[in-house]
Design a protein. Structure first.
Length: 208
């Protein structure tokens, strides 16, 4: 039976692009700062959930908060994504900046809250347009509307890519690689591990 170390060596040999791009020398704070730069430049992310039948469903959503590396979204709890989160709370959240090709993939777990203080804290008039006043005196499309809930995504691992060249530079690097057959990796692949995330969450609790 192959050992984990042997598997890693084989992977490094067969996937030299990823091996060359991985940067494991950064501090956790530096990696977190790089992640926030991507999230703040894109504004919208894709939240992916799994249906009870196993299909993966994604939809574009804008975080209401990313404080403490926990991603909060205001959403309509009548929508299918709530059923899917309740059936399987493992989710993925992704962001991409098409101008730079920087991207982030966040694997985590989701929970649902109807905490009114939290909803009021995150609420903005812009959100009302997604609910509208149904005219029944209950579903008013405001922060007190019973359809309004918060989805909280807590990361378990984050992987993201940061390009270190512009569009012209990337094209030249790829062309050079195609001609010479030599490896090109015009950027860095960074991982924020579960252990690093737990440290961040622990510090957040201590300072709260």
């Amino acid at each position: 039976m192959a050992t984990q170390g042997h598997d890693a060596q084989v992977r490094e040999f067969l996937d030299p692009y990823t091996t060359a791009a991985e940067n494991e020398d950064l501090t956790p704070q530096k990696k977190i700062d790089g992640l926030y730069e991507i999230v703040q430049s894109t504004h919208w992310g894709m939240l992916t959930t799994r249906s009870p039948a196993g299909e993966m469903h994604s939809r574009a959503m804008a975080p209401a908060s990313t404080e403490g590396l926990q991603f909060l979204f205001i959403a309509n709890n009548v929508s299918y994504k709530f059923d899917e989160i309740q059936a399987d709370n493992h989710v993925n959240l992704s962001f991409i900046d098409t101008k730079t090709t920087n991207w982030a993939s966040i694997a985590g777990t989701a929970s649902i809250s109807r905490d009114q203080d939290l909803i009021k804290k995150l609420w903005s008039p812009f959100i009302s347009g997604y609910f509208t006043d149904l005219g029944d005196g209950v579903h008013k499309g405001d922060a007190s509307d019973p359809r309004v809930s918060v989805i909280k995504v807590v990361p378990r691992e984050i992987r993201y890519w940061v390009s270190n060249t512009g569009a012209v530079g990337r094209a030249l690097e790829h062309a050079k690689g195609a001609i010479t057959g030599k490896l090109t990796a015009p950027g860095e692949l960074r991982t924020i591990t579960e252990q690093e995330l737990q440290l961040v969450f622990g510090l957040n609790k201590t300072s709260a």
